[in-house]
Each structure stands twice: as structure tokens, then as C-alpha cells.
Design a protein around this ligand. Structure first.
Ligand SMILES: Nc1ncnc2c1ncn2[C@@H]1O[C@H](COP(=O)(O)OP(=O)(O)O)[C@@H](O)[C@H]1O
Ligand SMILES: O=C(OP(=O)(O)O)[C@H](O)COP(=O)(O)O
Length: 409
């Protein structure tokens, strides 16, 4: 169980500074709606309805990148979700921000500008140093409490995440609570039957690290995506190579080759590889080939094949816990969605404990008409989910726990 205080412990009529993670895909300068808005709604609504004065902080992108934008559009999107006004001030901790903060009434909600527009936010440093920044020292006195709901950014040692909990009584929001509990379940929950991990996506380096770290906690790994092809390559098949313009495979292969070979050697019995793969045929149609029949490395594969889905489905159905990290194919293209959707549908049909993580993979749920309710948890975290699975501490969670100990709870 987490050892932090939650918003249930917040004193009445507080002025609360709340950290959300609204980091989103940006198109034509505007944030695109996604699960993060919907999920944070619960915390924001609850705090406002309880009569607290609610000031929100969040980030978008990183300086120098295309997705580094103002949060003005985020305020509008969030207002649609929480169904109440969300005021916005384009300042982080200057006079304009402080005036707006001091002016809000009980039950009102205000969003401050992108925390990463403030110089003190980004450089990673220990919480004690972050608590001493001008950003934290200026804002904190205007509040009674700090709430962190940004689980998906909790692996970052940024001022808004680790500095404020040293300066103010600190609590976890609803997203922080539910993400923490579900994502650590692989280590903390008792399972009566096999635990299965579905492993795919493009970030092979990350997921191979997870496989290595989880070792004996997972009974079987069902592979697809880029990692799946790299394991097939290690097993001697001519797949998992960059073809044409691609640069997904060779660099990750060089980086992970030894680890892949040792994981395959030590956990080979637990690792299930695709027996067939799908590619784009000459007329643009989906075509499939058995892995044993592939004899040259000239085809780019985009999904696992139908026989592989038939192999994986019963393994999922007999599991007591299933954790998903990464898609089994390029599901955004309907022709190559069968692997990902087949695995998700099999999970949805069982009553096992299931967690689907990763922003991209979880999008397949709504794209293909599956219901989020069929899964125990659909995580809105990417990097933080990976760290939780491998048991790595999350600095922003650690400071919440330290704050609860200081408060004597
Ligand atoms: N064989 C493949 N080749 C290229 N891309 C793939 C392949 N299989 C899966 N993908 C891509 O992986 C992406 C999801 O991977 P990743 O970003 O690692 O996961 P997440 O964001 O869910 O953590 C999907 O967008 C999908 O198109
Ligand atoms: O979107 C996020 O993480 P994710 O890409 O791992 O899901 C968080 O907002 C952290 O953002 P960052 O990776 O720019 O520090």
C-alpha cells in the first residue's frame, strides 16, 4: 500500500496547488484531447466541489521542441471535461500569477502557464535543492497544501514535482493513487495463476530492460512489435533488421544484443515468439508468412500473424494477471491491428487482473471499439509505468511518502 496521504486527508477550505500531467500530442498548435484530461477530472472536480481554492500546474513539451506550447488550450479542454470554468493565467509565478491566485474564490479553478516556461523547473536535482528555487519559494506561501496527481511525470525530479512537497503539506490526487496501486501490482499483488506480459511497441530497449528486471515475477512473455523481431533475430531468423529508410531495429539490436541473448538463454521457456508475421503485400494488402519460411531480410514486418494470435490467445485466457507494454503491430493501420487487438480482446474476455500501459498502445482500446471497463487499469503513464514495473522508485512518489512521515501519518 502507498504510504502517502491523499486528498481525503486535506483540511477543509484549503488553498491547494495541484500538479497535473496534461502533456499531450499537439496538432496545429492545439492540444489533442486524450485520457489525461478525462482522468484528472476526478481530482479537480472533487477538490472544487469540496470548496477548496484550486490552482493547477502542468507542463507541455520541452523547450526547443515543437510541442512546447502555452497551456491556454489545455485550460479550455479541461473545462469541457470538468464541466466548470477553468481560468487561465499566462504566467507561472510572477505578479500576474500571484494576483490571479490570490483572487480566486472557494470552488474556483485556475490553471497556471506551462511550468517548463519557468527556468527553475527543469534541471533535474534533489528535492531539497528544488525546494530552494525561487519558483517554489515564491509560490508556496500562497497555499495551504500541495496535491500531486501527475503520476505519469513522477519519474522526473522537477521543481513542481519534488520541490513543493518539502515546502507544503503534500497529498496524492486520485490519479496518483490508482496508477500507483495498479502499476506496482506485479510486485505487490498475490496471483493465483500465471502472470503474463504482452511485450511489443517500438521502444525495445525499455521493454527488454523490463523483461530482464521482472525475471521470475512473470511466467510468460508474449512478444511482438520491434522487441519481438529482435528476439527472433537472436533466435537465428532473418528479421528485426532495418529495411529501406527504417531505423527502428539495428541500433536497438546493437545496444541490447547481449541482454537479449542472455534473457533468451536464461528465460527461453517463458518467452513466446511469433510463429508468423504480417507485411504489406504487392497490392497493398495484408500478407502473412511463417517465420520458418523467411529466408532473406528484405521485408519490413508490421504485425504478428494469425497463427501467433491463436498461440497467444489461450495463454492469455488462462492467466490470472496480464500486463501489456507496447503494441504487437502497427495497429494505427487497420491492416496491421490484428495482433494488438487480438491480444487486447483476449484480455477483455477474461476476468484476470489486467493493466494496459503506454500512451500509444492504450489508444488501440478505443480505436477498435473495446471498452476500457474490461481492463482492471489502463495507465496514462509511459516512462513511469516502465519504472513501476521494474520496481525503480519514482522520486515524486518518494517525496509524498516523506511528507506523510513528517506529518506523522
Ligand atoms: N513491427 C513494428 N514496426 C514498427 N512499429 C511498430 C511495430 N509494432 C508496433 N509498432 C508501433 O509501436 C507503437 C507503440 O509502441 P511504444 O511507443 O513503444 O508503446 P507505448 O507508447 O504504448 O508505450 C505503436 O504506435 C505501433 O505502431
Ligand atoms: O508524457 C510524459 O511521459 P511519457 O511520455 O513517458 O508518458 C510525461 O508528461 C513526462 O514528460 P517528459 O518525458 O517530457 O518529462
Amino acid at each position: 500500500m502507498p504510504e502517502f496521504d491523499t486528498i481525503d486527508d486535506l483540511p477543509a477550505d484549503s488553498r491547494v496547488l495541484v500538479r497535473l500531467d496534461l502533456n499531450s500530442p499537439i496538432e496545429d498548435g492545439s492540444p489533442q484531447d486524450n485520457r489525461r484530461f478525462e482522468r484528472h477530472t476526478e481530482t479537480v472536480r472533487e477538490l472544487a466541489a469540496a470548496g477548496h481554492r484550486v490552482v493547477l500546474m502542468a507542463h507541455q513539451g520541452r523547450p526547443g521542441r515543437d510541442d512546447f506550447t502555452s497551456l491556454a488550450g489545455h485550460a479550455e479542454l479541461l473545462a469541457d471535461h470538468v464541466d466548470r470554468d477553468v481560468a487561465f493565467v499566462d504566467d507561472t509565478y510572477g505578479d500576474e500569477a500571484l494576483d490571479a491566485i490570490d483572487a480566486i474564490d472557494a470552488g474556483e479553478v485556475l490553471l497556471l502557464e506551462n511550468t517548463r516556461m519557468c527556468e527553475d523547473e527543469l534541471p533535474e536535482a534533489e528535492p531539497e535543492a528544488k525546494a530552494e528555487t525561487e519558483f517554489v519559494r515564491t509560490l508556496a506561501p500562497h497555499f495551504d497544501a500541495y496535491v500531486n496527481d501527475a503520476y505519469s511525470a513522477a519519474h522526473r525530479k522537477h521543481a513542481s514535482l519534488v520541490g513543493f512537497p518539502l515546502a507544503l503539506p503534500a497529498y496524492a490526487g486520485r490519479v496518483m493513487e490508482t496508477e500507483y496501486e495498479a502499476n506496482t501490482a506485479i510486485a505487490t499483488r498475490e496471483f493465483d495463476g500465471p502472470v503474463t506480459m504482452v511485450v511489443g511497441g517500438t521502444k525495445a530497449t525499455d521493454v527488454i530492460g523490463v523483461m530482464d528486471a521482472l525475471d521470475d515475477r512473470v511466467d510468460r512473455f508474449l512478444l511482438g512489435g520491434v522487441a519481438g523481431e529482435l528476439f527472433l533475430r537472436a533466435a537465428g531468423h532473418p528479421v528485426g533488421h532495418d529495411v529501406g529508410e527504417m531505423d527502428l531495429f539495428d541500433e536497438q539490436w546493437e545496444r541490447n544484443r547481449e541482454l537479449i541473448e542472455s534473457v533468451l538463454d536464461e528465460r527461453g521457456d517463458a518467452i513466446h515468439l511469433a510463429s508468423d508475421l504480417a507485411y504489406e503485400g504487392p497490392d497493398g494488402e495484408r500478407a502473412e508468412v511463417a517465420v520458418d519460411d523467411i529466408d532473406e531480410k528484405e521485408t519490413g514486418f508490421l504485425d504478428v500473424g494469425a497463427a501467433t494470435v491463436d498461440d497467444y490467445r489461450p495463454l492469455i485466457r488462462e492467466s490470472d494477471g496480464v500486463f501489456v507494454k507496447g503494441a504487437l503491430g502497427v495497429f494505427e493501420d487497420e491492416r496491421f491491428a490484428d495482433g494488438t487487438v487480438g491480444a487486447l480482446a483476449a484480455i477483455a474476455e477474461t476476468d484476470c487482473f489486467s493493466v494496459v500501459g503506454g500512451g500509444d498502445t492504450s489508444r488501440a482500446i478505443e480505436m477498435y471499439g473495446l471498452s476500457e471497463d474490461e481492463f482492471s487499469h489502463v495507465s496514462i503513464a509511459g516512462g513511469a509505468y516502465i519504472r513501476a514495473l521494474t520496481g525503480e522508485p519514482l522520486p515524486a512518489v518518494e517525496v509524498l511518502e516523506a511528507a506523510a512521515r513528517r506529518a506523522g501519518n
